[in-house]
Structures are given as structure tokens and as C-alpha cells.
Design a protein around this ligand. Structure first.
Ligand SMILES: C[S@@+](CC[C@H](N)C(=O)[O-])C[C@H]1O[C@@H](n2cnc3c(N)ncnc32)[C@H](O)[C@@H]1O
Length: 468
């Protein structure tokens, strides 16, 4: 066991070292924000052989660049460096493909399978998929690991907790910093409970069915206090009244704990001896604090990197790189194949940004409005709507200037650059995930990473599970 863990750590360290070399080599592309495409002349950041190749490559050929896991049909003659990168990605990047499920076992002992329609009611497809997969995955954990007691942190409106409690019979305590979400969660719990009780009459007689307990609480990376935390949970579960023969134990779960919440949960897991396992699907890597971002604040701890190895070797990924790692790469790949004219929007935004930085440099990256479709509005209309809320209007002469028209005519270059940049996204995400995995192994836990969600439905789809 110990030998396996050492081997795995060595393998992860080696993969991180090699991945960093790639990031260092292509940092100019990886760190390039697409809105700066025109005024910082991103196209010229590409190596000359890439410019020659991609100037003549139709957009419909680009999806192959984003399918590093399956060998393409080799109809494209890519520059050698791209072929080398694809080969390296196949070796270094963690798979994003969900394994084909073994025949789905539905266990009628679980209410979830008897009343699945009620659990899925009014929950969007993406969330429904995430909740179902996460809950099934929890239900397969060995029970002695947590006495069927789970603590969901950053529980939002409690959708996952509700399914785990009423559908799979777990005891749940939820911690959430947003009070409005807690109110909604309690209301939704009661509604589902009422409906279930009508269909499952024995529920009304059992005093044992546990409702999720919702606590309004913020978990702070800088103040992890395991004793106070566990006491808070004991109180919530009324654990003092339970028999001493059952030691109080629990598993910690988080579905898309954004930014620093994920590292906080890993630290809580390690700090509390009562916490037997942790299971997280993470997101929003750009919100992680780093040594650079905390240096101006009173904070002491930071969220990335976590492992001793990466801290010692001063691993650093820019905000831009971590933001890109959160993109929906599979959905983008499909858009390249079909409705790619929509992607003109990136050129629209970059053209507006180049006007803004000239007229109002203080509004650089101020944030243009999203959700406007390039195929439904012309550029003039887009300008008007995209800057609403900013203290600027785009002057008519700039909207119609020759310089602007020349930029808009280059919209395909913007799409190509965006795609080339996105090619690195799975590598960046892998570095973040492997740093966490290594951190857990360094601290003596057994840990693994698997693909839990279909990446088309839910692009942040890796689950980290660790046990003591
Ligand atoms: C992306 S949402 C996920 C919500 C829910 N787990 C789900 O999948 O639907 C992240 C949630 O974590 C909560 N959150 C973020 N930081 C937190 C912190 N430090 N302590 C407690 N809750 C936090 C947010 O308010 C938000 O509800």
C-alpha cells in the first residue's frame, strides 16, 4: 500500500514537472485574454508555422485540436509542435471521458429509485445528472466509513443533500454561507417530504427518517478549527444523545465548491479525525487565492497550490490560465462543427475592447455584457447593448471606422486563436487536480480521481475522493 502511494506520488510529481514545462513554453498563448486579441495583437504570439497553417485551415477542421484523447482521422497536416503537444497531452492530461457505465443497478430499497420522478421534478438536466451521479457514487462508499452521515459544505439550495437524505437514507448536515439559499432549501425539503410521505405511507410513522439540517455558516480557509467544527456538527445531529458505542464519524462532500472552498474542505478533512472521507467535484479555479494574491491581505493560508512539492517548486498558474481551465471544452468543440458563426461574438468583444482601452483605459477588462447572440444583432447594436452598465458609449465613428471593419473581418482568426488556447485547458485543469491529489497523498491519505459526470452535461466532471 505504502509502496503504491510512493509510486503514485512520484508519477504525479513527474507529470506536474512535464506539464509545467509546456505551460512555460506556451505561456504567451495560455495567458492571453481573448478580448485583448486586437489591441495586443495576439495572432502574432503564435509561432510562424502555426500562423501559416491556421491562416488556411477552415474552422470546421479545428475540433480535432480539442480531441486529444482520441486520435483524429489524420486529415489535417498540423505543425509538428502541435502533433507533439497532442502526444504529450495524451500522456499527461487526466481523461475527461466518463467510463461507460456498467448496467445501472437500481436498488428498490432506496426511495430514490421508487420515486425518481419526484426527485427530478423542477431540477434542470445538468443539475439532475450531477446529483444522481454524485448520490449513487456516495451510496457505493463502504458504510463503515461514515456511519451514513454526510456533511455537505457549500450546499446551495440543498438539492444534493435532499436526494441523499430522502432518496438514499443518509443523515445530512449542510453548511452554506448564503442565508437565502438556506431558506429555499428548507422550503424545498418540506415540499419533497410532503409529496414523498403521501406516496410512501410508512414514512409518516418512522421517527427515524432524518431531514437534512441546514446551518448558516461560512467555512474560512484561514481559520480551520476542527474541534469547534466537529462540535457544531455533533450539536446539529444531536450526537451527544447517541450511544457511545457508535463513535461520531462522517464524510465530507462538496458539489462544485468554488474557489477556496475546495481547499478548505480538504484541510477540514485532514484536520478532523472524525471525518473519514471527503468527496469533491471542484470548479472555479480562477477564484483560488495564491501566494501572490494574499500578500496584500491579512490572510495567511492560500488555495493554490496545496502540495508541498508544488509550493516548494513555486508552481504558479495565472488567473487567465485557471479561468480558461473552467471552460466547457466539449460544448465549444461541438459549436465549431456546426453553428460556429455564433463564435463571431469573440471578435465583436475584442473589437469593442480595443476601442475601450483607447478611450477609457481605466475600463480595461471592465466586463462587457454577455448573453447577446452575434447572429441576431449587427455590430452597432451589439456595441450598444454590450457596454450597457459601463460608463461609456462606443462612438458612432468608431463603430463604423475602417479599423473596426478590418478587425471584424478577421473574426475567424479570433476563433482559431481561441481554439488553440483552449487546447491547453485540460492540461491546466489536470495540474490543479494533480496538485490536490498529491497534497492528499503527501498527508498520508488514500486518494483517487475519477470522471463522474458526462463532460457535455457538466464540464467540471472530476471527482476527488480521499479516505483516512
Ligand atoms: C457553485 S455553488 C454549488 C452549490 C451546490 N453544492 C450545488 O451543486 O448546487 C457553491 C456554493 O458554495 C457556497 N459557498 C462558497 N464559499 C463558501 C464558504 N466559504 N462557506 C460556505 N459556503 C460557501 C456558495 O454560497 C454557493 O452556494
Amino acid at each position: 500500500m505504502e509502496e503504491n502511494r510512493s509510486r503514485l506520488q512520484a508519477d504525479l510529481r513527474q507529470k506536474i514537472i512535464e506539464s509545467r514545462k509546456i505551460v512555460d513554453t506556451y505561456r504567451a498563448i495560455i495567458d492571453a485574454y481573448i478580448v485583448d486579441f486586437f489591441h495586443l495583437n495576439h495572432w502574432n504570439r503564435l509561432p510562424p508555422s502555426w500562423i501559416r497553417c491556421f491562416s488556411n485551415t477552415p474552422i470546421q477542421r479545428l475540433p480535432d485540436l480539442l480531441s486529444f484523447e482520441t486520435r483524429s482521422s489524420e486529415t489535417n497536416v498540423w505543425p509538428l509542435a502541435i502533433l507533439a503537444l497532442q502526444s504529450l497531452f495524451r500522456r499527461l492530461v487526466h481523461t475527461r471521458i466518463k467510463p461507460i457505465a456498467e448496467k445501472h443497478q437500481t436498488d428498490p430499497n432506496y426511495t430514490y429509485y421508487r420515486q425518481s420522478g419526484l426527485f427530478k421534478k423542477s431540477v434542470k438536466l445538468k443539475k439532475r445528472h450531477e446529483i444522481e451521479q454524485f448520490a449513487i457514487n456516495c451510496s457505493r462508499e463502504p458504510l463503515e466509513n461514515c456511519s451514513r452521515t454526510l456533511v455537505d459544505i457549500g450546499s446551495g439550495q440543498g438539492n444534493l443533500a435532499r436526494t441523499l437524505a430522502y432518496g438514499f437514507g443518509f443523515r445530512l448536515c449542510c453548511l452554506e454561507q448564503n442565508e437565502c439559499f438556506i431558506r429555499v432549501a428548507r422550503q424545498k425539503d418540506s415540499e419533497l417530504w410532503r409529496r414523498l410521505a403521501k406516496l410512501e405511507p410508512e414514512w409518516q410513522n418512522t421517527a427515524t427518517t432524518a431531514h437534512p439540517v441546514h446551518l448558516h455558516e461560512k467555512v474560512n480557509l484561514d481559520h480551520i478549527d476542527p474541534v469547534a467544527f466537529v462540535q457544531r456538527l455533533r450539536d446539529a445531529f444531536n450526537a451527544e444523545k447517541e450511544q457511545q458505542s457508535h463513535p461520531f464519524q462522517f464524510g465530507l462532500i462538496g458539489l462544485h465548491p468554488c474557489g477556496d472552498l475546495a481547499p478548505s474542505l480538504l484541510r477540514l478533512f485532514l484536520a478532523c479525525k472524525e471525518c473519514r472521507f471527503v468527496k469533491l467535484v471542484c470548479c472555479c479555479y480562477m477564484k483560488l487565492s495564491c501566494v501572490q494574491s494574499i500578500s496584500n491581505t491579512a490572510a495567511y493560508e492560500y488555495g493554490f497550490p496545496l502540495s508541498d512539492f508544488c509550493r516548494r517548486t513555486k508552481l504558479n498558474l495565472s488567473y487567465e490560465a485557471r479561468e480558461m481551465a473552467c471552460h466547457a471544452i466539449e460544448q465549444y468543440r461541438d459549436r465549431l462543427k456546426s453553428d460556429y458563426h455564433e463564435l463571431k461574438i469573440h471578435a465583436y468583444r475584442a473589437a469593442i475592447e480595443s476601442i475601450i482601452v483607447r478611450l477609457r483605459p481605466d475600463l480595461k477588462h471592465a466586463g462587457l455584457k454577455g448573453g447577446i447572440k452575434a447572429t441576431e444583432v449587427n455590430f452597432a447594436e451589439y456595441c450598444h447593448r454590450a457596454v450597457a452598465g459601463l460608463e461609456i458609449t462606443v462612438p458612432e465613428e468608431d463603430v463604423h471606422s475602417e479599423a473596426t471593419l478590418a478587425r471584424l473581418n478577421r473574426w475567424e482568426e479570433v476563433v482559431k486563436f481561441y481554439t488553440l488556447r483552449l487546447m491547453f485547458a485540460p492540461l491546466i485543469e489536470t495540474i490543479v487536480l494533480y496538485d490536490r491529489w498529491l497534497f492528499l497523498l503527501e498527508k498520508g491519505s488514500n486518494a483517487r480521481i475519477e470522471v463522474l459526470f458526462d463532460p457535455y452535461l457538466s464540464p467540471r466532471n472530476h471527482v476527488i475522493t480521499a479516505y483516512k
